[in-house]
Design a binder for this molecule. Structure first.
Ligand code: OXD
Length: 299
């Protein structure tokens, strides 16, 4: 089986070593735009973070694309033939890592730590009443990530409700009841830009947004306006529409908005190699493809 690795920005070598240790019989080729059509003609599977433009139509034999991530939207290129199956990595440790990040940001907001950080910078030792955090939180997305985030937040005393497109509550009703909104949705045509001016207006004054999904879920200009106007108190954005975030992007300098460079948690190389090789073996035995994505839904 010939595997093409298009894992940039993570170097393919990291995955090649881990996969070779588990399945030395696989032929592993790193994607480069200079690869000839002949070199691509017999590729069976692509292991990738994102699909290089134009690549699908140069892969006549490939029947499977495996994501090195939980999110697959960067792989669902319009020119990916309908018969090509797409799978993803499901890593409980990644979900736990993302949940830890969300807990850190939610409690930082709920326990007013930004205020005390500012007080320290001003050498101001003023005590204010600080009650235990029992804030209502909406977690958008109830999959592996959203479910884990909800469990961790609840354990910390927050009052959590999960929301997905089948939830009985309307999106606006749920936002109106939530001081903190956590985005853990897959990125699809239905969820892109879901968190926009209307959504922020529906949240209570002082509300806080945490995004650990994809930058494109948020209309960033609307978020900046909602925070600058004082309607929202801020946001923690581990993901942004443009990554890396350009140094002149206005998001960097909005008081109340915390930017981190997509570090909440990634699947480990070991897990990716284990799951990829397990999928190769499952297909070899004629079994179903583990963690296959429903391409019509986009997750
Ligand atoms: C993922 C990610 O989707 O790391 O796994 O963002």
């Amino acid at each position: 089986m010939k595997v093409l690795l298009a894992t940039q920005p993570t170097p393919a070598a990291v995955f090649i070593d881990a996969i070779r240790a588990r399945a030395p019989e696989l032929e592993l080729v790193e994607y480069r735009s200079s690869l000839s059509d002949a070199a691509l003609a017999d590729v069976d599977v692509v292991l990738a973070w994102q699909m290089p433009p134009g690549l699908p139509s140069r892969l006549p034999r490939a029947g499977w694309v495996c994501s090195v991530a939980a999110g697959v939207e960067k792989l669902l290129a319009p020119d990916l033939a309908p018969h090509v199956r797409v799978s993803r990595i499901v890593d409980r440790e990644q979900a736990a890592g993302i949940a830890q990040f969300v807990v850190a940001m939610a409690l930082r907001h709920a326990r007013s730590l930004e205020l005390y950080e500012a007080q320290q910078r001003a050498r101001d030792w003023t005590r204010r009443p600080l009650s235990i955090a029992r804030h209502p939180v909406a977690v958008l997305g109830t999959g592996a990530m959203g479910g884990e985030i909800a469990v961790w937040l609840e354990r910390c005393g927050l009052v959590v409700r999960g929301w997905n497109r089948r939830s009985p509550d309307s999106f606006e009703t749920m936002l109106a009841a939530s001081e903190i909104v956590v985005c853990a949705l897959p990125l699809t045509s239905e969820t892109e830009g879901l968190l926009d001016a209307r959504a922020f207006a529906a949240m209570p004054r002082g509300g806080y947004v945490i995004n650990v999904a994809r930058g494109a879920h948020i209309v960033e200009a609307d978020l900046i306006a909602a925070v600058r106007s004082g309607h929202l108190s801020g946001a923690a954005l581990d993901v942004q529409r443009k990554e890396p975030l350009p140094s002149d992007d206005p998001l960097w300098s909005v008081p109340g908005i915390t930017i981190t460079p997509h570090i909440a948690a990634q699947p480990s190389t070991e897990t990716i190699a284990d799951q990829f090789v397990a999928s190769v073996r499952a297909l070899g035995r004629g079994e179903t493809l583990p963690n296959e994505v429903d391409r019509s839904r986009g997750y």
